[in-house]
Design a protein around this ligand. Structure first.
Ligand code: HEC
Ligand code: HEC
Length: 395
């Protein structure tokens, strides 16, 4: 038999349905109510997948995984934006007003009062908002880092290497905070599952929860799917337009785009045509007069050509560019380096790569940057453009 209050409840809500086949249900589980709609559940588990991907690639993988890291992070941010729309348009328990953490409600819940909340309890609700804030901040600081160091993405015009680098610490701090929050969230779910004698995680899978007479009474809301779809499409369109517009803005500190043809011809015979921004002016000034004894080779050119190329290299040296390589390669050294591969920065970046890789047919030598860095000619050396030659071609 259907308890009277439940019938009323069901009647008022319209969309709350009785589990039809009550005969088949087990004792004490006679009645369930749908709590989490399919979109909330999909959101929850997809968000977990995105955050897990971004976390693992962010903390444990090297720069070659950056693409997946960005996909996880932006995926999480996109999900959060869609969920925010659903917080204003979804059914009863998807709505923010169902779990907005008013301080009084949080205190009452902590004291064990306020009745059982079918949706998020006030503490859980507070955590939801904290998650959203953290994930959106992570996406924003991530784009700042990408823009500052690699001159890529919608924030490239606004961030220098220095300001982007400063964001790196903020990004990491928020990421750590997010991990702590996930720990608290899981602990909260476990505790609350014991306290209310129900498996809350299972509820997020099936969407159903047991109906109980003393449940906190929610304010019923009907889902407005069309409005949600329209709002999500509008937010998406604005973001795409903003990204296109911002990415097209001139980026200060971009390395010189086209390599001088004479330089490429004269200095590209034996190795990658090194982008002038890889070394500071002082390095080029030291290197060019010594071409007759150039790393054991004679690379000498006529005095005029040498002077012309030196002027070109100095004019576009590291001081004129704002990439990570330009900022870091010669930093903190007593004398200007004569080779990138001799700098502590280069060694640190490449220390995990096998010696055999550099000696392989496909690479030949560490100085053959273009074998692994598809954007070597642009001077960017973005982790998004690293492609290590396949294992089969390695001896
Ligand atoms: C005859 C061949 C030859 C020519 C021509 C040549 N180089 Fe080199 N260069 C070398 C060799 C050999 C090395 C040592 C690195 C290696 O093992 O590939 C080297 C290394 C370098 C390095 C250091 C790379 C590193 O390991 O970080 C720079 C910078 C460089 N060359 C600049 C130039 C410039 C500028 C020109 C044009 C004026 C030039 N090279 C022309 C043979 C050449
Ligand atoms: C055998 C492949 C290979 C060669 C050759 C190579 N690199 Fe790299 N480089 C890598 C890999 C892989 C990474 C990413 C390392 C990591 O993050 O753990 C990297 C990272 C870098 C970075 C830092 C990118 C970032 O994450 O900010 C710079 C700058 C760089 N390389 C410059 C050079 C220069 C200059 C040369 C040539 C003198 C060179 N590399 C030659 C494979 C190579």
């Amino acid at each position: 038999m259907v308890p009277e209050r439940f019938a009323e409840d069901a009647d008022r809500t319209g969309h709350i349905m009785l589990q039809k086949n009550t005969e088949q249900t087990r004792e004490g589980q006679g009645l369930t109510v749908p709590v989490w709609d399919i979109w909330v559940r999909l959101f929850h588990w997809l968000l977990l997948a995105c955050v897990a991907t971004a976390t693992v690639t962010g903390f444990f993988a090297d720069a070659t995984w950056l693409r997946l890291h960005i996909a996880g992070g932006l995926g999480a941010a996109g999900l959060v934006l869609a969920r925010i729309v659903w917080g204003f348009t979804g059914p009863t328990h998807a709505r923010f007003k169902d779990f907005f953490p008013r301080p009084s409600a949080v205190m009452e819940h902590l004291r064990g009062g306020g009745g059982r909340h079918r949706g998020h309890n006030p503490l859980g609700g507070a955590m939801v908002f904290a998650f959203f804030l953290a994930i959106l901040f992570l996406a924003a600081t991530g784009l700042a880092i990408l823009g500052g160091a690699f001159k890529t993405g919608p924030l490239a015009f606004a961030f220098t290497f220095q300001s982007g680098h400063a964001m790196e610490e903020v990004h990491e701090l928020i990421a750590l905070a997010l991990l702590v929050m996930i720990g608290l969230h899981v602990a909260g779910v476990v505790l609350e599952s014991f306290r209310s004698r129900e498996n809350l995680a299972r509820g997020m899978v099936t969407g159903e929860k047991e109906w109980r007479a003393d449940d906190h009474q929610p304010r019923i809301a009907r889902p407005r799917g069309l409005a949600a779809a329209a709002a999500i499409a509008a937010v998406g369109a604005v973001l795409i337009l903003a990204n296109t517009g911002l990415s097209a803005r001139p980026v200060p500190g971009m390395p010189v785009a086209n390599l001088d043809p004479t330089y490429a011809q004269e200095c590209g015979d034996c190795h990658t045509v090194y982008h002038p921004s890889l070394l500071p002016a002082a390095s080029w000034r030291a290197l060019m007069p010594r071409l007759a004894d150039h790393f054991g080779e004679n690379a000498s050119l006529g005095p005029e050509l040498t002077a012309e190329l030196e002027a070109y290299l100095v004019a576009h040296a590291a001081e004129t560019a704002d990439t990570k390589a330009a900022n870091r390669m010669a930093r903190g050294l007593d004398a200007p380096p004569l080779a990138m591969t001799e700098t502590p920065f280069w060694k640190h970046q490449h220390e995990d790569l096998a010696k055999a890789l550099f000696a392989s047919d496909a690479v030949g030598s560490a100085s053959n940057c273009a074998a692994c860095h598809l954007d070597a000619e642009t001077g960017l050396f973005s982790p998004l453009s690293i492609s290590i030659p396949k294992q089969e071609t390695i001896r």
